[in-house]
Design a protein around this ligand. Structure first.
Ligand code: 13P
Length: 246
C-alpha cells in the first residue's frame, strides 16, 4: 500500500453543481460524498460562477482553469490569484477539453501549473493521448512529451486522462491504466516518484472504480459524468474508502 493519500476529484465541467452537494452535511461530514472525508481527499471543480457556493458550503474546491497573469486585459479569463482569493485550493491545468477548445499548448499548461504553485494552489495537470495517437502506437511518446513540459520536481498531481475514454463510456482497462501510470511514474524525478499522485480519468463509474483505484500506481480519479450523480459519486467515494482502510 502506497503512502500516497487517495484523491477523488469531481470535475463538473460546464454543469451546475448537484443540489445535494451544497447541502450542509448534518453532523457527520462524510455522510455527504462531496464533503471532506477523513481518510481520502475529495475535491470539487464547479464552474467559476458556482465556486463561491461550494467554498461557502465547506467543500474543498478547485478552479477548472486559471490564467497565469494576475490581472489585465484578458477578456473571459480568470487568474490563479483570483482563484486563490475565492478560496480555491486546487486548479485543473491542461484538461484535454481546454487543450482542444482553447488551443492550450504544453507550454501554456506548464505556465498555468507554475502560476498555481506560486499562489499555493495545488495543480492537477491533465495529460493523455487521443485514439488516433494510441492506434498509431504513439500513446507513450505523446504522454512523455506532455509530461516533460511540466514542473515535475514540484508538488503537483498528474491526471492521466486518455482522450478516447472521456465521456465515451470506454474506460481504459485496469491493466492498461496501471501500465501507463507505472510508465508515467518512471519518468518522474527519482525523489518525486513515491510522492507524486497520479490520478486516472475517463469514464470512471461506480462499477469500475474499485478495480481501477486498487492498482498500485493509481492514486485517485478525476471523474466527470458520474460525479454529477450524487448516489454514484457516493459509491465511488465508498470504494476509495474501502481500499484505503484495507
Ligand atoms: P468522464 O468521467 O465523464 O469520462 O470525464 C472525465 C473527465 O474529463 C474528468 O476530467
Amino acid at each position: 500500500m502506497s503512502s500516497r493519500r487517495l484523491l477523488l476529484a469531481a470535475n463538473w465541467k460546464m454543469n451546475p453543481p448537484p443540489a445535494s452537494a451544497l447541502q450542509a452535511a448534518m453532523g457527520d461530514h462524510s455522510a455527504n460524498p462531496y464533503h471532506p472525508h477523513s481518510d481520502i481527499d475529495v475535491v470539487v471543480f464547479p464552474t467559476f460562477l458556482d465556486l463561491h457556493k461550494t467554498v461557502a458550503a465547506g467543500l474543498v474546491s478547485g478552479g477548472q482553469y486559471g490564467r497565469p497573469e494576475n490581472a489585465g486585459a484578458y477578456s473571459g479569463d480568470i487568474s490563479m490569484a483570483m482563484l486563490k482569493t475565492a478560496g480555491c485550493r486546487y486548479v485543473l491545468c491542461g484538461h484535454s477539453e481546454r487543450r482542444e477548445n482553447h488551443n492550450e499548448s504544453d507550454a501554456d499548461v506548464a505556465a498555468q501549473a507554475v502560476a498555481g504553485l506560486e499562489q499555493k494552489i495545488h495543480p492537477i495537470i491533465c495529460i493523455g493521448e487521443t485514439l488516433e495517437e494510441r492506434d498509431k502506437g504513439h500513446a507513450e511518446s505523446v504522454v512523455k512529451k506532455q509530461l516533460n513540459a511540466l514542473p515535475l520536481e514540484s508538488d503537483i498531481t498528474i491526471a492521466y486522462e486518455p482522450v478516447w475514454a472521456i465521456g465515451t463510456g470506454k474506460t481504459a482497462s485496469a491493466a492498461q491504466a496501471q501500465g501507463m501510470h507505472a510508465f508515467i511514474r518512471s519518468l518522474l524525478p527519482k525523489d518525486r516518484q513515491e510522492k507524486t499522485r497520479i490520478l486516472y480519468g475517463g469514464s470512471v463509474k461506480a462499477d469500475n472504480a474499485e478495480e481501477l483505484l486498487s492498482q498500485p500506481d493509481i492514486d485517485g480519479a478525476l471523474i466527470g459524468g458520474a460525479s454529477l450523480r450524487p448516489e454514484e459519486f457516493g459509491e465511488i467515494v465508498k470504494a476509495g474508502e474501502k481500499i484505503t482502510q484495507k
